[in-house]
Write a protein that binds this ligand. Structure first.
Ligand SMILES: [Zn+2]
Length: 149
């Protein structure tokens, strides 16, 4: 048995604003996010014989991440549910993809949300190893399964 980690990289555009924060990120603004999803598994345990030698088919991983993360968040505006209710109402009346969440939409909190979504969706023959979310070219946050046992 040989354990291998595989990684797939995604890009999406999203706007957010941080509530009760003193700094530029209190304003509505956008990022070009880079998302790296890493799973680990044994190369000889894929249940589908046509995928022998794979930890997981990259295209299967892509499909799960596209459906459960990218399609939800790409070109969305994400705001905390404590934001001005009148503003939320107006935004929802005028735009699609206004996501109201019960957490501060930082990279760190997004990672927690992504990890929960993926843990539910990934097939049993792989383990979510880690997720890296880059907000800018030189800032990223990481979630590691081993840190959160
Ligand atoms: Zn930001």
């Amino acid at each position: 048995m040989t354990k291998i980690r595989i990684t797939k990289i995604f890009h999406f555009e999203m706007a957010h604003a941080l509530i009760d924060y003193n700094g530029l990120c209190k304003n509505i603004h956008g990022h070009s996010y880079q998302l790296e999803i890493r799973v680990s598994g044994n190369i000889d345990q894929h249940p589908d014989p046509s995928k022998k030698g794979m930890v997981m088919d990259f295209s299967d991983l892509k499909e799960i991440v596209e459906e459960h993360i990218i399609q939800q968040y790409d070109h969305a505006l994400i705001l905390n549910d404590k934001s001005n209710p009148e503003l939320i109402k107006q935004l929802k009346a005028n735009y699609q993809k206004i996501l109201i969440v019960n957490f501060q939409p930082t990279s760190e909190q997004l990672l927690v949300d992504f990890a929960q979504r993926l843990t539910k969706q990934l097939p049993k023959y792989v383990t979510l190893h880690s997720i890296r979310l880059s907000e800018t070219q030189n800032s990223y946050a990481e979630w590691y399964a081993e840190d959160n046992l």
